[in-house]
Design a protein around this ligand. Structure first.
Ligand code: PSU
Ligand code: MN
Length: 308
């Protein structure tokens, strides 16, 4: 038996047939400082409610896989120290040993699928790190997109990564990469990049229909929807390039490796941009939550009136 624990809000949504949107918790514990992390998590949840869906923030707390956190749990997680960062490899071990951990994109996809949730909003997925030809540091998020049937709404892969290699791997793995409303892929803090998007869609209904079609065809895996940050909130790529280069050089000099790389880089970029990267990160996650709510509504409407 899979030990899923639904929050009261999620339980009610399931009973009423309200569409659900999954949210990850690593962005709370490892992606943003307190208290902005908890404030952002609350705003994102409210954006989903305002969009006619129910938020389900996912985390492992004392061996229980929670689908939806109540406000006290969210606040406690946001302040907790030494919380594990869980992916496919260690999620079951954490549950089995009664541990507490935040779910990354990969782990959140697994939990969402177990809970019957088809769409999930985050900031940016993990991917192929710069220098991966030596370090082999490639996020488990990419494999998960190839295996688990959940549509993930992100602002692209995080710009600290090697974006061309990340999208090459996604192509190899057969993951649909869909830019929302534009022809180029967004680059997290920046709206555009010089990478053309493999697919473009302009409507949530099309994104939902494409996921349903994959499932009907027996194709495993989900979809990555790359939603550009709102224009008012973006940081031009040229402004960020030297900051990213400096953060990467410091990570290298300090021997930061494995799971610590992404949190270290995000924290240093936050400091080096004097908070501007965090403001942009908050804006893009909220924007992704709004699109995910529309996709959740479409998935549910299409379930009720199947075309396939
Ligand atoms: N999006 C953000 N901030 C984050 C993350 C996503 O805006 O901190 C997290 C996600 O949980 C993602 C993880 O799965 O970063 C990637 O970590 P890694 O590169 O170690 O796989
Ligand atoms: Mn990694």
């Amino acid at each position: 038996m899979i030990p899923l624990t639904f929050s009261a809000e999620v339980e009610t949504a399931r009973a009423n047939g309200t569409p659900l949107v999954a949210l990850e918790s690593t962005i709370i514990t490892h992606g943003m400082p307190y208290p902005q992390n908890v404030e952002t998590a609350r705003l994102v949840e409210q954006d989903i409610r305002d969009g006619g869906a129910c938020p389900a923030t996912i985390a492992v707390i004392e061996g229980q896989l929670h689908i939806g956190l109540d406000p006290a749990q969210l606040d406690a997680l946001g302040q907790a120290r030494d919380v594990a960062k869980l992916s496919r490899a260690d999620m079951a071990a954490c549950i089995a040993t009664g541990g507490t951990g935040a779910t990354t994109v990969a782990a959140t996809m697994i939990a969402a699928h177990l809970a019957g949730i088809g769409v999930f909003a985050t900031g940016g997925i993990g991917g192929v790190h710069k220098g991966a030809e030596v370090s082999f540091d490639i996020s488990a998020d990419l494999q998960e997109l190839a295996r688990t049937p959940v549509t993930v709404v992100a602002a692209g892969a995080k710009a600290i990564l090697d974006l061309p290699k990340t999208y090459e791997v996604l192509e190899t793995l057969g993951v649909p990469v869909i830019a929302y409303g534009q022809d180029s892929l967004p680059a997290f803090w920046s709206r555009t990049s010089d990478q053309p998007a493999p697919l473009r869609m302009d409507a949530a209904a099309d994104i939902a229909r494409a996921q349903q079609t994959r499932i009907a065809m027996g194709l495993s895996g989900g979809q990555l929807v790359c939603n550009p940050i709102p224009a008012a909130d973006e940081i031009p790529a040229a402004d960020l390039a030297p900051v990213i280069a400096q953060a990467l050089a410091e990570a290298e000099a300090q021997g930061i490796a494995a799971k610590s790389v992404t949190p270290f880089l995000l924290q240093r970029i936050f400091e080096l941009t004097e908070g501007r990267s965090l403001t942009a990160n908050i804006a893009l996650v909220r924007n992704n939550a709004r699109l995910a709510a529309s996709i959740a509504r479409e998935l549910q409407a299409q379930d009720q009136h199947p075309r396939l």
